[in-house]
Design a protein around this ligand. Structure first.
Ligand code: FAD
Ligand code: DLZ
Ligand code: SF4
Length: 508
């Protein structure tokens, strides 16, 4: 009996679990570009184009390798518009009564497959270092979950950067060396960019027609769309950027969108690159003396530490994770997240590059847009939707823990021990944004004061009960309490006024 083998748009690995189970002689691979997946949030056009182009190339390669592939294009007249709908349609056409899938990275789709009228076997996604069971074994019984301890186990398990059972260089974590402010000039010219071929051009036309009004610029489109190109992008990063990745990992520059970052998450998450291959290449660069330990340790930690940890949390916490709102935030996401029209140069730049590239690096996501949304008390569900829509690497399993947990503290501190909030001083130290800004970063109150400064204190005072005793934040309360009473009143009054202007949709 024929079985359908479902491959989703972010499961484009030749050895994905469902394919491992499949039999070329009798099974049919099902892949589908569907309106429902493309519209459940208003994805960035570059993200949709990347996924569709990479799906088409993946399908063509499998067909060339002798597989039967039932591929649905978005504009096929018969397209039912959803993954379950396409499974039913293909099941009828091929007389199939069973589907083999690989577990999706979003609870929403997991339950859609569970509810599908034909039986769908969801195989564990083996493209990760830690299975759900492995994460559970690590997490169970711990009073507090902290990435650092999970990471150390992953280091031991993989053997990356180990000297016997000790970490190379005598330390597990070289983050202290990785906080240098933005340098004057960057020697890396940015990620390898690919000229769209015929397949990509056809997809770009489709996306322009169907999603041209979504937030985000479609052209120029330069992402890799097959494993070969993705590997070239990886090698380019290892050769030219990895050696300085660590030093400037937290830096931001107004006129350099990529600094020494890899821009590989989009490929790793979709299955074009395997995390092992990337970490092997990074470790080899260190062993060959091409890249220093602080850079390679920092890079490998992001992948076998943070990336795996985020996935572990997402699946451990369950489908309600995205609805959490521990701080009771309920403000609307300001319009400038969609327009970039704000006088805050840091936010305008981060949103502007997000619109152009479907990419911003970690500190822009965490300490500019994320920081602002948290300080301004935006409802976490709205923040979550924005991040899920606008970044080409965003799938809920990795986006939600980063946003709901790390960035918005909406899980009450499960993921991070303190809220990632800062005044303008942090942004000034780590970037060159403030130099050309309409606001003055050193000014705390009055006309022209940096909004981050006012909102920072406003946030801390709104949540005094929760954070005053947090050892990582307590010092800030003491600083505030030492200020003159008049000054404290002015700060809070001006903070209230700013919050009210934001609620009114005024330009800030
Ligand atoms: P690099 O800086 O070059 O890092 C190397 C690799 O490490 C990345 O490619 C990625 O695979 C991994 N990595 C680094 N940090 C993290 C992290 N915190 N969580 C998971 N993997 C990590 N990452 C996503 O992949 N998808 C998302 O939707 C996403 N949303 C985010 C939202 C917020 C609010 C924040 C603060 C972070 C988010 N991240 C997300 C994590 C991180 O910002 C991106 O992985 C990173 O910016 C991708 O760019 P890069 O490939 O140049 O990363
Ligand atoms: C994000 C996305 C988009 C835009 N379109 C499709 C699609 O048409 N077909 C598909 O199979 N997958 C798509 N995806 C990815 C899924 O929505 C979903 O985010 C992931 O499969 C979850 O891991
Ligand atoms: Fe951002 Fe404030 Fe600096 Fe302007 S002054 S760029 S708003 S931190």
């Amino acid at each position: 009996m024929t079985r359908l083998i479902l491959v989703l748009g972010d499961q484009l690995s030749p050895d994905i679990a469902a394919l491992q189970e499949a039999d070329k002689a009798r099974d049919v691979i099902v892949m589908a570009e569907v309106a429902h997946e493309a519209r459940y949030v208003p994805h960035h056009p570059k993200k949709i184009a990347f996924i569709f182009a990479a799906m088409r190339k993946f399908a063509a390669k499998r067909a060339a390798d002798g597989w039967r592939v039932a591929y649905t294009r978005l504009d096929d007249p018969e397209n039912s518009g959803s993954i379950p709908g396409e499974l039913l349609r293909r099941a009828a056409a091929h007389d199939a009564t069973e589907v083999i899938a690989t577990e999706p990275g979003e609870w929403r789709l997991i339950s859609a497959l569970e509810d599908c009228p034909i039986p769908v076997l969801q195989m564990p996604d083996t493209r990760f270092l830690a299975s759900h069971e492995r994460f559970e074994t690590w997490a169970e019984g711990r009073k507090q979950l902290r990435m650092e301890y999970f990471y150390r186990e992953m280091r031991r398990e993989t053997g990356y950067l180990m000297d016997g059972d000790k970490p190379a260089g005598g330390k597990w974590n070289f983050d202290h060396d990785n906080r240098k402010p933005a340098p004057e000039d960057i020697s890396f010219e940015g990620p390898l960019k690919f000229t769209p071929d015929e397949v990509v051009e056809e997809v770009l036309d489709l996306v322009e027609r169907r999603f041209g009004n979504n937030f985000g610029t479609l052209r120029p489109f330069w992402f890799a769309t097959d494993p070969h190109q993705a590997r070239e992008a990886m090698t380019h990063f290892i050769d030219h950027a990895l050696p300085r990745f660590g030093d400037y990992q937290d830096a931001m520059l107004a006129d350099n969108r990529f600094l020494y970052h890899s821009i590989l998450s989009v490929y790793i998450n979709a299955g074009l690159l395997d995390w092992r291959e990337v970490c092997d290449a990074a470790e080899a660069a260190w062993r060959a003396g091409h890249a220093p330990l602080n850079a390679v340790e920092g890079f490998i930690r992001q992948i076998i530490g943070w990336r795996e940890y985020m996935r572990g949390i997402y699946f451990r916490e369950g489908p309600d994770y995205t609805a959490r709102n521990a701080l009771g935030h309920d403000a609307d996401l300001p319009d400038f997240f969609w327009t970039g029209e704000t006088d805050m140069r840091c936010v305008a730049k981060a949103v502007g590059q997000t619109r152009d590239e479907a990419y911003a690096h970690h500190i822009q996501r965490l300490m500019v847009t994320g920081n602002f949304a948290l300080l301004a008390g935006v409802a976490p569900a709205q923040v979550h939707e924005w991040y899920l829509a606008v970044y080409a690497d965003a799938y809920e399993w990795v986006e939600a823990p980063n946003v709901i947990g790390m960035s918005q503290f909406a899980d009450g501190g499960l993921l991070g021990s303190k809220p990632y909030v800062s005044s303008g001083a942090y942004i000034d130290r780590m970037s060159d944004y403030c130099k050309g800004c309409a606001y003055k970063v050193k000014q705390k109150t009055g006309e022209g004061a940096c909004p981050f400064n006012l909102l920072y204190w406003h946030f801390l005072m709104r949540h005094r009960d929760r954070f005053e005793k947090n050892p990582r934040v307590a010092q800030m309360y003491r600083t505030f309490d030492r200020m003159e009473e008049d000054r404290r009143k002015t700060i809070l009054k001006e903070g209230d006024a700013l919050m009210a202007r934001l609620a009114d949709g005024a330009r800030i």
